[in-house]
Design a protein around this ligand. Structure first.
Ligand SMILES: C[S@@+](CC[C@H](N)C(=O)[O-])C[C@H]1O[C@@H](n2cnc3c(N)ncnc32)[C@H](O)[C@@H]1O
Length: 227
């Protein structure tokens, strides 16, 4: 049986390039030629080999949430996006161990992946689960939920596609709301104040469980792209 250590990057750092390895797309950092990648259809055999809707989870961490979702929703194709290789390979190990045919792993940065590697208007729904809040102002540039990421999502989501942002960090939630309400063609799916708390059917993830145990409120902010 394959374990996490069976997934290795098959080239030296100086020769880095994006590569598809057994249900994992590896996208290197500090690489100048992302724009040369020609995205192929999700229905190609190297991805899912079928036409089922595709859902992306960004910031998948160790993959607890998406592995469970994929197992309970076999009629949907799931893509886990995680920039850390040690975490991405844990998700890949789960996919191999539990033989989950409707799960694919991307080890790469969310904006780069969405901008250069996802076919336009091909995604039904995205979940952004507990993105790092980077609370200090001097670290704000690291926050994922910012206009470049939303612009990239806008290009890949289908008409009527959904995007749900989940966080325990209230200032980050307020910032997300400020950004999303300005976005043309994006509309909140809930009435004002636009978010719900502690969704029972959200599922579980490492950070969701951790923050809930500590008594923190979890905020869910669902939007629809109606352009
Ligand atoms: C706070 S953890 C949440 C993990 C998981 N969603 C959970 O709930 O347990 C945030 C994760 O997002 C990943 N991450 C942060 N920024 C990212 C980006 N720009 N692209 C892809 N992954 C990112 C981090 O490596 C980390 O694993």
């Amino acid at each position: 049986m394959k374990t996490a250590s069976d997934l290795r990057i098959p080239f030296a750092w100086k020769d880095r390039h994006p590569v598809l390895l057994e249900r994992c797309l590896y996208i290197p950092n500090f690489y100048a030629d992302h724009a040369k990648w020609i995205p192929s259809s999700w229905s190609d055999r190297e991805f899912f080999g079928n036409e089922a809707p595709v859902v992306i989870e960004y910031c998948s961490g160790n993959g607890q949430w998406i592995c469970n979702r994929a197992k309970t929703m076999p009629h949907i194709n799931f893509v886990a996006v995680e920039k850390r290789f040690d975490r991405a390979r844990k998700i890949w190990a789960c996919l191999q161990r539990e033989a989950i045919p409707n799960l694919f792993v991307v080890c790469g940065e969310a904006v780069i992946f969405s901008k250069h590697y996802v076919p336009p208007i091909s995604i039904s729904e995205v979940f952004i689960n507990f993105p790092d809040p980077w609370p200090k102002l001097r670290h704000a540039k690291h926050r994922l939920v910012a206009p470049p990421f939303i612009a990239a999502l806008d290009k890949v989501l289908k008409r009527g596609g959904k995007a749900t942002f989940t966080t325990d960090d209230r200032p980050y939630l307020d910032l997300m709301l400020e950004i999303l309400l300005l976005e043309k063609g994006w509309k909140p799916l809930l009435e004002k104040p636009y978010f719900a708390t502690n969704w029972a059917d959200f599922g579980s993830s490492y950070f969701c469980d951790l923050w809930q145990k500590k008594g923190r409120t979890i905020y869910h902010l669902p939007f629809e792209v109606s352009r």
